[in-house]
Design a protein around this ligand. Structure first.
Ligand code: ARG
Length: 465
């Protein structure tokens, strides 16, 4: 980035009699980060110019040379053969100046019926639309990683926790699919956000529209926008689409952080349920035995900046008056930063989710500790006609006896059960123990093996597996 290149005249300098202070240029530039939208800026300009030619504001040959030169500028940027300068403020000015350097007056026509206010909104909408499509692919890949391991883990029963205390036994794939459901809602949220992102701002010009005979329907068609922002003051003034996207990314990060947390503690020596792939762990420079879950910790940690970026956008747009204000230039870095954090996290989550191994023996050894089958016994009594509150009390007292005598419920003789309740039969043992408790499940959405099988198959179909 150069400080200036012999001070090019500003595109807006007509009314000015004083040169811009270089401290001001440095402070107000956005090209250092909005150059990331160069492709969208050029795509947007080509769509705009094509429409200008359709309505006769450009000659067909003028459009063709503009299109050719814009594509050449894109190639130069991609090859690193393009000079960026703070003096030219933003990516829009850079591309336009490069075009004018090549085409002279023809290049000077590109900005007809357009302002940077509607241009920047258009570029950002195109960028976010691309980002949403990329995130959807990454989310689907992570879903596939979880669904892909369900068959192999189908016979593994693990404890489900509430309050981080052992609660009820479930099939491992039931837990994997819990993550898949959350990721699906994240995808749906993005798809919904995409509808509001995918509206054309261009043609709103600075804030009032234009007296020139433009055709916004054509621009929308050329740029693949599904709708057209209907009010020119609204178009240049709002970034709600970006804030919504930032929230959707925050929710993804929050979901990933919960999963990361689960797998961090489940891979400790204390738990020993999971073995994380070493290729995604690091060692310690002082403790030779350490295999640390750094990637999961960073996924959890990056949630902070993603949530902070959402907060930035909310505060940025609070109390912003109509219509465009320069404050809005501050909207891009938080969105880019969240996207980088979330897309990188998703890309690493998928191989970790696929390659982590369940320590079946450790899980099985400890499975019948913690009275995971207590609710199963309570529901057994309810089926026999015992009111739920009474059944709860009976089982609670039995569990207390178990704790005192160091026994699991399944180790009690039948007389103990019958002393507690006359309704207990020999078949009670079919409902005791974590594995039996899972088999006894029935309700839709439960961990009943046929329910889980049904859901796995449905997800495979949905994800094309
Ligand atoms: N760099 C500016 C932004 O990101 C572009 C729009 C500037 N428009 C203006 N009237 N100064 O918002």
């Amino acid at each position: 980035m150069t400080e200036d290149r012999g001070k090019p005249a500003k595109a807006w300098s007509g009314v000015f009699t004083e040169a811009t202070d270089s401290r001001m240029e440095r402070f107000s530039e956005s090209v250092s980060f909005d150059k990331r939208m160069y492709e969208q800026d050029i795509r947007g300009s080509i769509g705009h110019a094509r429409m200008l030619a359709d309505v006769g504001l450009l000659q067909r040959e003028e459009f063709e040379s503009i299109e050719r030169e814009l594509n050449a500028i894109k190639d130069r940027i991609e090859q690193g053969d393009f000079e960026f300068s703070f003096a030219l403020e933003d990516i829009h000015m850079h591309v336009e100046k490069a075009l004018i350097d090549k085409l002279g007056d023809v290049g000077r026509k590109l900005h007809t019926a357009r302002s940077r206010n509607d241009q920047v909104s258009t570029d950002f909408r195109l960028w976010i639309r691309d980002a949403i499509d990329n995130l959807d692919v990454l989310l689907a890949e992570l879903q596939k990683a979880f669904v892909g391991r369900c068959d192999g883990d189908f016979d593994v029963v693990i404890p489900a926790y509430t309050h981080t205390q052992r609660a009820q036994p479930v099939l491992a794939p039931h837990v994997w699919l819990a993550y898949v459901e959350k990721l699906q809602r994240d995808r749906e949220r993005l798809a919904d956000c995409r509808k509001r992102v995918n509206a054309l701002s261009l043609g709103s010009a600075a804030c009032a529209g234009t007296s020139l005979p433009i055709d916004r329907t054509k621009t929308a068609e050329y740029l693949g926008f599904e709708s057209i922002v209907a009010n020119s003051v609204d178009a240049s003034s709002d970034r709600d689409f970006a804030t919504e996207f930032a929230y959707d990314m925050t929710q993804i990060a929050i979901h990933l952080s919960g999963w990361a947390e689960d797998w961090i503690w489940q891979s400790t020596v204390e738990f020993g349920f999971l073995k994380l792939p070493q290729s995604f762990c690091t060692g310690s420079s002082i403790m030779p035995q350490k295999v640390n879950p750094d990637v999961l910790e960073l996924i959890r940690g990056k949630t902070a900046r993603v949530a902070g970026n959402l907060q930035s956008l909310l505060m940025l747009t609070k109390g912003i008056p109509l219509a465009y204000n320069r404050d809005l230039q501050e909207d891009k870095e938080p969105v880019f930063d969240s996207y980088d954090a979330v897309s990188a996290s998703l890309a690493l989550a998928a191989p970790i989710a696929a390659q982590t191994v369940l320590n079946r023996e450790t899980i099985a050894e400890r499975l019948d500790k913690g009275y995971l089958d207590a609710t199963s016994l309570m529901e057994y009594l309810i089926r026999k006609g015992v009111p739920q509150r009474s059944a709860h009390g009976i089982v609670g007292r039995l569990v207390r006896r178990g704790i005192e005598s160091g026994k699991a419920l399944s180790e009690f003789p039948l007389e103990t059960f019958r002393e507690a309740s006359e309704f207990v039969d020999e078949n009670v043992y079919d409902y005791l123990g974590a594995v039996n408790a899972v088999k006894a499940m029935k309700s839709y959405g439960s961990t009943a093996p046929d329910q889980v099988r049904f859901q796995i198959d449905a997800w495979k179909k949905r994800l094309g597996l």
